[in-house]
Design a protein around this ligand. Structure first.
Ligand SMILES: NC(=O)c1ccc[n+]([C@@H]2O[C@H](COP(=O)([O-])OP(=O)(O)OC[C@H]3O[C@@H](n4cnc5c(N)ncnc54)[C@H](OP(=O)(O)O)[C@@H]3O)[C@@H](O)[C@H]2O)c1
Length: 244
């Protein structure tokens, strides 16, 4: 049973972030969830509050903007006594060969996936340092461990996150802060519907065989439930139908 009482999850109005927030709330953890769209994030918080019976705080913010991350953490720290768990999860994907890609899409992905993670980690750090304890469990991607054709821009952002987290983990391990990276393969979310190419489209057989956000939440729980002297540094996991 985890001792964590509070958690902050970015990109949690739907998909993996929502699934993680719901599970943590069901485990009795007070959660704050972040997204850019006010209506979506407030509705998600309402739903988690109803389903899990735990009051969930909706916070509007864009993780690619540093000052937003500072405000988000200020707001959560004011409402909660602590921030025991941080799950940097917000991310976007645009794919295509290098030849056909628009460099502006690479920039947006870098700003959201990499800088969005780095910003929220840096903003939460002083809170965890004051506490002398904390868990940062970043949702990265299998694309942070190898390259995939047509995913060069996306993979680059996830490799950036892995490099950042590996260095950060070593800086804070002696401060009671554990840092782990979760690298899932395909997960059944709206991510695939919003993708600019038709892969794992809604209703397809491939889509139905992907993992669920609840499966990813299971890994988050595994890490935060481990004894404090143990760290699951990295987990790479796939649906059993996916080639890896
Ligand atoms: N689905 C997969 O197969 C898969 C596999 C491996 C890794 N991942 C990674 O897992 C994470 C979540 O993916 P998902 O599939 O759950 O995606 P999703 O269903 O598209 O959800 C993305 C969430 O992030 C929020 N978001 C996007 N940009 C944001 C920003 N700049 N600031 C704050 N919130 C932002 C979105 O809400 P708003 O638009 O309202 O901000 C939404 O709540 C991403 O990092 C993704 O790369 C996904």
């Amino acid at each position: 049973m985890t001792k964590a009482k509070t958690a902050l999850i970015t990109g949690a109005s739907r998909g993996i972030g929502y699934g993680v927030a719901l599970r943590l709330a069901q485990e009795g953890i007070k959660t704050a969830i972040v997204g850019r769209d006010r209506k979506r994030i407030e509705e998600a918080a309402k739903k988690i509050t109803e389903v899990a019976g735990m009051q969930t705080l909706a916070v509007v913010g864009d993780v690619s903007i540093w000052s937003d991350c500072v405000s988000v953490v200020e707001e959560v720290a004011k409402e909660f006594d602590s921030i025991d768990v941080l799950v940097p999860n917000a991310g976007v994907g645009v794919i295509g060969s290098v030849e056909e890609s628009n460099p502006l899409d690479w920039a947006v992905m870098m700003e959201t996936n990499y800088l969005g993670t780095a910003h929220i980690v840096k903003a939460v750090l002083p809170v965890m340092q004051r506490q002398g304890t904390g868990d940062v469990v970043a949702i990265v991607s299998a694309g942070g461990t190898k390259g995939y054709p047509e995913w060069s821009g996306y993979c680059a952002t996830k490799w950036a996150v892995m490099g950042f987290m590996d260095s950060f983990a070593q800086e804070v391990i002696t401060q009671g802060i554990r840092v782990s990276t979760l690298c899932p393969g395909g997960v059944d979310t709206v991510f695939w519907d919003n993708l600019n190419k038709d892969m794992y489209s809604a209703g397809s057989v491939g889509r139905s065989k992907l993992m669920s956000p609840a499966d990813v939440a299971e890994l988050v729980m595994l890490q935060i439930n481990l004894p404090r002297n143990v760290l699951l540094k990295n987990a790479l996991f796939f649906p059993t139908n996916e080639w890896h």
